[in-house]
Design a protein around this ligand. Structure first.
Ligand SMILES: Nc1nc2c(ncn2[C@@H]2O[C@H](COP(=O)(O)OP(=O)(O)OP(=O)(O)O)[C@@H](O)[C@H]2O)c(=O)[nH]1
Ligand SMILES: [Mg+2]
Length: 230
């Protein structure tokens, strides 16, 4: 079942949003919402569907949010984690995209993550908190080359997640670590680490381009969500 929106987002009619509602037994009650623009190719849609259907026999099913301002690399981190791929072109996420991924845990059990990739563009602000319901954890992402994104994440996004989800675990990520050498440090990583520690969390620097710390970040948040780590 599909709902179509376009006028609400003031988008070109071609960029309509599809929201796939929870479907049927075929997907074994997987989370099935996939809201995306026409920019998502049919191949990606198919891959999403395959991801939804490939998970079986997991011990935990948890909803994970990827939050943070536009173009910090949320979609890229997920793509690296789920498909081990990277795309240099920026294609903004319209509304939200959802993928699932099974994660093997150190206690030999499996957690099925439903990863909600929340579009960070300001134009989606009015709708995005509706995606937060039922989340067990969040990855908060900022861009190591843009200091203002750190401010936005630690002030606005963290507060928004807590307000809508309660005190769920999260991990703070500074992404695009591969660019730090070229651009230089635009914010103090110790400040990020201290902020994370003060909020009972940890801070990691990642590169979706090279893969640095990407798996580690997703495994860290998964272990926190299922209670294997505090
Ligand atoms: N060099 C480098 N570029 C990156 C990295 N991660 C993402 N990018 C680039 O940054 C741009 C934005 O990445 P996205 O993953 O689309 O950003 P997003 O946070 O999903 O953006 P919204 O969907 O608008 O919220 C793209 O051009 C990516 O290729 C990284 O680790 N290193
Ligand atoms: Mg995105």
């Amino acid at each position: 079942m599909f709902l179509r929106f376009n006028s609400e987002f003031n988008l070109n009619p071609k960029h309509e949003i599809l929201i796939r509602l929870p479907v049927d037994k075929v997907t074994k009650d997987r989370f099935t919402t996939i809201a995306t623009g026409s920019r998502q190719s049919s191949r990606e849609m198919t891959e999403n569907r395959e991801n939804l259907m490939s998970t079986t026999g997991s011990s935990y099913k948890v909803k994970l949010l990827l939050c943070g301002p536009a173009a910090v690399g949320k979609t890229s981190l997920i793509k690296r984690f789920v498909k081990n791929a990277f795309q240099a072109d920026y294609k903004l996420t319209i509304g939200v995209d959802i993928l699932t991924k099974d994660v093997g845990l150190r206690n030999q059990e499996v957690a099925t993550l439903s990863i909600w990739d929340v579009g960070g563009q300001k134009r989606f602000e009015f709708i995005r908190t509706t995606f937060y319901k039922g989340a067990s954890g969040a990855i908060l992402v900022f861009d190591l080359t843009r200091a203002e994104t750190y401010q936005e994440v630690t002030k606005k996004w963290a507060e928004e997640v807590t307000r809508n989800c309660g005190a769920i675990p999260y991990v703070l990520i500074g992404n695009k670590a591969d660019l730090v050498e070229k651009v230089g440090r635009v914010m103090d990583p110790n400040e990020a680490a201290q902020w994370a520690a003060a909020n009972n969390s940890i801070y990691l620097e990642t590169s979706a381009l090279g893969g640095q710390n990407v798996d580690e970040a997703f495994i860290e948040i998964t272990e926190r969500m299922v209670g294997l780590k505090k």
